[in-house]
Design a protein around this ligand. Structure first.
Ligand SMILES: *Cc1c(COP(=O)(O)O)cnc(C)c1O
Length: 391
């Protein structure tokens, strides 16, 4: 007989999922109600307001898509891009490549602006692309590249797009709740995020938001959205403001309780406080890791506090270190992805996992694992450096 699955206990400091708040796990276990139950619909309305708060927007069309961040990406692009339309796509990591793939699958033409892994998006190259392609309808880019730990200047990219009359599509999967994000103030037209990164919620939902300009483009489309499931015109029959909500798909009821709880926690902490906490724990991690002799991939001004990519001496068996962390410390960190595969570790300090205890755990465990492989490093000095940041 197969028995029930009981996961091992872990500390999740990879690129996502991050550790889920216990309160959220508790919310998840509350009784399932019908997805058209009046009490549930009231919760959905709160959820929309809470998402507006987290995104800093008044956009009416602000909802969670019932699928992970990748579906949010697909939803935004499928709704906004019509066959033959040109979209400027910035790629400086793995996720920008997926945006290209989505634009092309929707029949769009992706005009690529390429930057190296680990570098922020180059604003001059983007401006050149706008000049060369005055017929582009939108620009799409990743704000927080989780594959490298780099933050691009979303505010300036959006201002540029405005100047050239383009809509802006922003990947904020790893951004939301981790670093400053201002959907309305920056003029973002379409944005998607995920629940399993800095919201520290369960994986599997994707908050999205569309500005009135973007919503207008969607209603004026000349072709149908190629995806039935992700067509916002249909989804809004269920999530819209009409008193009568109609069935579109069965909402993931308990996961939505979880998202509601995670946003309540965020509201209690305060958005700015959450950004500050991510930053402080990042600075402590930097102090500890640099003291161990590890080097950051991204230059200081563009580093994401919630995703830290560090390289290690060539002779280190990086996979062995990660498996030691998992077996001896129950600690998960991420491997490199794409062009950085095998070359870096990606250490997440996301949401609930962004705390001093985890910073200390990670630095001491890494230091000990490196020593065990014969790479001398002083763990107690690194722990002192961490303490100095917090004091
Ligand atoms: C994680 C991530 C995604 C995909 O989210 P999933 O929930 O894994 O589908 C997309 N973009 C970025 C930048 C991410 O970090």
């Amino acid at each position: 007989m197969t028995t029930s699955f009981h996961p091992p206990s872990r500390t999740l400091m990879g690129p996502g999922p991050s550790d889920v708040y216990p309160r959220i796990l508790e919310a998840l276990s509350r009784p399932t109600v019908g997805h058209l139950d009046p009490a549930f619909i009231r919760m959905m309305d709160e959820l929309k307001s809470l998402l507006q708060f987290a995104f800093r927007t008044t956009n009416q069309l602000t909802i969670p898509i019932s699928a992970p961040g990748s579906a949010g990406m697909e939803c935004v692009i499928a709704n906004l891009v019509e066959p033959g339309e040109k979209v400027i796509v910035c790629q400086n990591g793995v996720f920008g490549g997926r945006i290209k793939e989505n634009v092309e699958r929707c029949g769009g033409v992706a005009i690529m602006v390429m930057d190296d892994f680990g570098k922020p998006i180059d604003l001059e190259k983007v401006e050149d692309a706008f000049k060369k392609h005055s017929d582009a309808v939108a620009i799409a880019f990743v704000h927080s590249e989780t594959s490298t730990g780099v933050r691009s200047d979303a505010e300036t990219l959006c201002a540029l797009a405005r100047a050239y009359g383009c809509l802006t599509i922003v990947d904020a999967v790893t951004t939301l709740a981790g670093i400053p994000l201002e959907v309305d103030a920056w003029g973002i037209d379409a944005i998607y995020s995920g629940t399993q990164k800095c919201l520290s919620c369960v994986p599997g939902l994707s908050p999205v938001s569309f500005s009135p300009r973007a919503a207008e483009k969607i209603t004026k489309r000349s072709s149908r959205v190629q995806s039935w499931f992700l067509d916002t015109n249909l989804v809004m029959g269920y999530w819209g403001t009409d008193a009568k909500r109609s069935y579109h798909h069965t909402a993931p009821v308990n996961s939505l309780y979880a998202l509601h709880e995670s946003l309540v926690i965020l509201e209690e902490e305060g958005l700015e406080k959450s950004w500050q906490r991510h930053r402080l724990n990042h600075l402590a991690l930097v102090a500890g890791l640099e003291s161990l002799g590890l080097e950051f991939v991204v230059e200081e001004n563009s580093r994401l506090p919630q995703l830290n990519a560090v390289s290690f001496p060539k002779s280190v068996d990086e996979a062995a270190v990660r498996s030691t962390l998992l077996s001896e410390y129950r600690l998960e960190i991420g491997a490199g992805l794409g062009a950085l595969a095998g070359k870096v570790w990606r250490i997440g300090l996301m949401g609930y996992a962004s705390n001093p205890k985890n910073v200390n755990l990670c630095v001491s465990a890494l230091g000990k694992a490196l020593n065990a492989q014969g790479h001398r490093c002083d763990v107690s000095r690194a722990v002192d450096k961490i303490g100095q940041v917090y004091s």
